[in-house]
Design a protein around this ligand. Sequence first.
Ligand SMILES: NC(=O)c1ccc[n+]([C@@H]2O[C@H](COP(=O)([O-])OP(=O)(O)OC[C@H]3O[C@@H](n4cnc5c(N)ncnc54)[C@H](OP(=O)(O)O)[C@@H]3O)[C@@H](O)[C@H]2O)c1
Length: 308
Amino acid sequence: MTGWTLADVPDLTGRRALVTGVTSGLGEVTARELARAGAEVVLAARNREKLAGTAQSLRSEVPGARLVELQLDLADLSSVRRAAAAAAELGALDILVNNAGVMATPEERTRDGFELQLGTNHLGHFALTGLLLEPLAASGDARVVTVSSLMARTVRGMSLEDPRNPSGRYRKWNAYGQSKLANLLFTFELDRRARGAGLPVTAVAAHPGYTETNLVDNGMNMGRRTINGAIGVAVTSLVGQSVAQGATPQIRAAVEPGLAGGTYVGPQGPFEMHGAPGYVTPPRPARDPELAARLWELSERATGVSFP
Ligand SMILES: NC(=O)c1ccc[n+]([C@@H]2O[C@H](COP(=O)([O-])OP(=O)(O)OC[C@H]3O[C@@H](n4cnc5c(N)ncnc54)[C@H](OP(=O)(O)O)[C@@H]3O)[C@@H](O)[C@H]2O)c1
């Protein structure tokens, strides 16, 4: 494998990072590599027991790792508010990795009544980022990385309906694709707004191609066994790249010095499915500033969090 590798991660001593969804897959590897490079890592996860288990295994993999455990359920805005307040008490935040996500779930709602995938993948992270803007700005040079997906390319646009009251038949893959398009629209709008407000915060995005994680099992199966879910798990284990490789785009996006705001990092192999991380082109709807501004307003109204 040529190109950017984990050996290119710079020394992060003295820096603080927060990673969401650290209990498995890409989030766990991202947290581990940031800790290995010397950053203090705030491990954010919804399940306390899993979180404690992850912290324990990271401590054994990275002796001396500086870790803080933070309970965060992105599908519950009151949890997002509590977690952001606790994280803000730690002081300046240099790196925020909005990684957690669910995919192709059966139709469900968040605690606040949002469609689950948009609510978790976009609205939860939108609120978290807004509530952390002060500690991010206090860093003097902060980076916000939001993890999107190739699936953002499969949708033509974004529904701007009330996420508490979506109309029409629920289509789980469409809902996932829209939530991942929302991750990109959010990134580019955040970057524009931060620059406009003179804030030292750079927003970038990344996607992991096709990576073998628990995402299919967590989402499509949600603890139940389904035939489609079993097929999904089998296909992922056959063609997906390793988690260590799949995490490299978001790690590069988080740590590469001087990365320009609005950069999108993804695998450079065929169809961006696997390979070393490089700069990739976002799908056309993600580059529509008017759509991004409208999604931003909707997200502010839905979450009650306004920024910058
Ligand atoms: N794997 C791929 O090929 C692929 C492709 C494109 C994009 N992605 C994106 O990569 C990101 C990471 O996914 P992954 O592949 O690493 O999947 P994963 O192994 O299923 O990890 C997802 C993480 O998100 C957490 N999470 C889910 N709902 C949450 C909530 N309400 N609050 C807080 N945390 C929550 C999970 O926690 P629990 O352990 O408690 O469930 C888990 O830690 C996601 O944003 C996904 O959309 C992955």
